[in-house]
Design a binder for this molecule. Structure first.
Ligand SMILES: [Zn+2]
Length: 180
């Protein structure tokens, strides 16, 4: 039975594309091939892959704090580039999970922990954006839910200068295994 799952966090057009409304830009675009490759490898091994996606509605209260982004059904909410191409091919697979999240932590207010446990998962691999926001807080959520975490330094990115600090902090706080 599968014991490891890949989490792909917030790799939407709004967070990754040049003209996304809250984009991490080139830093986020550079990690796409790494994540696509990891998704293909893990999916090929029969491991679950979870697309964890910030999801809002047009008049979301969250937009008092941030520019509008990831509105359900919009271009900005779709996965970016090659990730969307890959997802289209596998989206009906029982081991591919799509989780709509409303906050930073993909485990908060979602069925992600249940969906993973049902598939026998005890370890989650963290990739996506942003290292120091949703990746870090999802690692915290995974820790609280009792999952071992593996964090991919070349599979995460952020628009700030805090990338390496937060990757290292995941090892300190959550005993995450770092893949360099
Ligand atoms: Zn949001």
């Amino acid at each position: 039975m599968a014991t490891e799952a890949l989490l792909i966090i917030d790799m939407s057009n709004d967070f990754v594309a040049d003209d996304g409304s809250l984009t991490a830009g080139a830093a986020a675009q550079e990690i796409v091939p790494y994540i696509v490759n990891l998704a293909q490898v893990m999916h090929g091994q029969g491991q679950p892959v979870a697309i964890c996606m910030d999801t809002h509605h047009v008049n979301d209260a969250h937009f008092a704090e941030w520019p509008p982004h990831n509105v359900a059904g919009s271009w900005g909410h779709e996965l970016y580039g090659e990730l969307q191409d890959w997802y289209r091919k596998v989206e009906d697979d029982a081991h591919v999970i799509y989780v709509e999240k409303a906050s930073y932590n993909a485990f908060y207010g979602t069925n992600l922990a249940q969906a993973l446990r049902r598939r026998g998962v005890d370890t989650v691999h963290i990739t996506g954006v942003c290292t120091d926001i949703c990746d870090f807080l999802t690692a915290a959520g995974a820790y609280d839910e009792g999952f071992q975490t593996v964090v991919h330094r070349r599979g995460c990115a952020t628009f700030t200068g805090n990338h390496d600090v937060f990757i290292d902090q995941m090892a300190i706080c959550f005993h995450a295994v770092i893949v360099d």
